[in-house]
Design a protein around this ligand. Structure first.
Ligand SMILES: [Mg+2]
Length: 423
């Protein structure tokens, strides 16, 4: 959650000339909190704070919570005092990563592969190669904003400018749920409206140092020569950076840093169902598909996610990060069933005939936290060790791992449908 200063005066119409404004900075609004509201729609409009525990800090807060003065990095105990009626939820990083990944994969990557992911909820995009197909940068930004909102119930703010610095400052000032285009000939004016801390990279220490030189804001900064700035900061590099920034200039390029990959499989049922047997059957098929693709690429996965979509089209996901990375359905499927039960509040030992509390329209499994088998030190989990001791001759899961490798060989030779793993 960004604590960069925003100026009400900056969120205005700066003009419509988009020439050369091919850098987008996309920043999802109150991302962790928005993800929680997306899966618990009853939280909409309420002050949601991510972070629990008396000794921890706030990781994110919905805009409704920020009204009470709650900020990221504030002690949770303090936030509870400021907003006793707030809804405090634990951090579920695996889930936020999953949603982030889906947004990058199904929305952002459709525009261009020139994406520099900065964090789970933020990226730069160079759309210069996408204009022929998508039209203007503002068209692209509009499409991104509406698609993310419709499909994920998460809003994002987009800054559009000729460089990364101004695009980033524009998205900050567009928040929440806004879009701000800064034409090239207005970028200096825009930046010079800001307080010093509005420039990314100026922290409290540098601010203090500049204040001591009589520099109170970016407009003052812009009046300084590079030579004076070198004396003020004691560094030629900082002086150069400050000089360029205060004039709205930035020469850094959008670096191609592709978003993290995941492998997933999902299917929509012909008819919505409450049958656990049917849903688990599908999770079995999906687990097998995911495992087969993992092995085909010599990958193992650390995080398993189950996704459900209900009859009202809302979706729910739950992820679990495993101690030991996996690449077989034998290991993935049981985790998927556990996740399914936990999502729907079904006891672990409930029989397959137990009806599910909600009508399911779609179910799927995905694997993330991928790494190459060769580069992954596999440390057996406690369960593996116990199982190994129980069946000295080779444990059940271990034998099934070998069986799946054999199945790959048969499928590669005779086709996908030639052999299936019995449940
Ligand atoms: Mg954000």
């Amino acid at each position: 959650m960004s604590t960069a200063p925003r100026l009400a005066a900056a969120k205005k119409d700066w003009g419509h000339d988009e020439t050369g404004c091919t850098v987008l900075h996309i920043d999802m609004d109150a991302f962790y909190a928005s993800c929680e509201v997306a899966r618990y729609p009853e939280l909409k409009g309420k002050p949601v704070i991510i972070g629990t525990g008396t000794r921890s800090v706030v990781s994110a807060a919905s805009y409704e919570a920020r009204v009470y003065g709650i900020n990221s990095a504030m002690a949770v105990s303090r936030a509870r005092k400021l907003c006793p009626q707030g809804i405090f939820l634990p951090v579920d990083m695996a889930y936020y990563h999953y949603i982030s990944h889906e947004i990058f994969k199904t929305v952002f990557s459709r525009i261009t592969d020139r994406i520099e992911q900065v964090s789970v909820d933020e990226c730069f995009m160079d759309v210069s190669g996408a204009l022929m197909r998508w039209g203007s940068p503002t068209n692209i930004a509009r499409w991104i904003r509406s698609t993310v909102a419709e499909n994920f119930n998460v809003t994002c703010s987009v800054g559009i400018a000729s460089n990364k610095l101004v695009a980033k400052m524009a998205s900050t000032n567009a928040k929440p749920d806004g879009m701000l285009l800064i034409p090239k000939d207005r970028q200096a004016d825009f930046v010079q409206l800001m307080p010093l801390r509005g420039i990314p990279g100026i922290g409290p220490a540098l601010e203090k140092r500049l204040n001591a030189w009589g520099v109170k804001d970016v407009a003052d900064l812009a009046k300084m020569s590079e030579h004076d700035l070198t004396r003020a900061t004691g560094s030629k590099i900082s002086a150069r950076m400050l000089y360029l920034s205060s004039h709205g200039l930035d020469q850094s390029k959008v670096r191609h840093r592709p978003p993290e990959k995941s492998i997933g499989a999902e299917r929509t049922f012909m008819h919505d169902t409450t049958s656990m047997e049917q849903v688990c059957g599908l999770l079995r098929t999906c687990s097998d598909e995911v495992a087969t693709s993992l092995r085909a690429q010599d990958l193992v996965a650390r995080t398993i996610t189950v996704k459900l979509r209900f009859d009202d089209l809302r979706y729910m996901t739950k992820a679990r990060t495993l101690q030991t990375p996996v690449s077989t359905a034998t290991r993935i499927y049981p985790r998927a069933v556990e996740l399914l039960k936990r999502m729907l509040g079904i006891p672990d030992l409930a029989p397959m005939t137990t009806p599910l509390p909600r009508l399911i329209r779609l179910a799927g499994v995905s694997a993330s936290g991928l790494s190459k088998v060769k580069e992954t030190p596999i440390q057996p989990s406690l369960e593996d060790v116990i199982e190994e001791d129980d069946h000295k001759a080779g444990s059940g899961a271990k034998r099934m791992d070998h069986a799946e490798a054999a199945i790959d060989t048969i499928r590669n030779r005779y086709g996908r449908g030639s052999v299936n793993l019995g449940v």
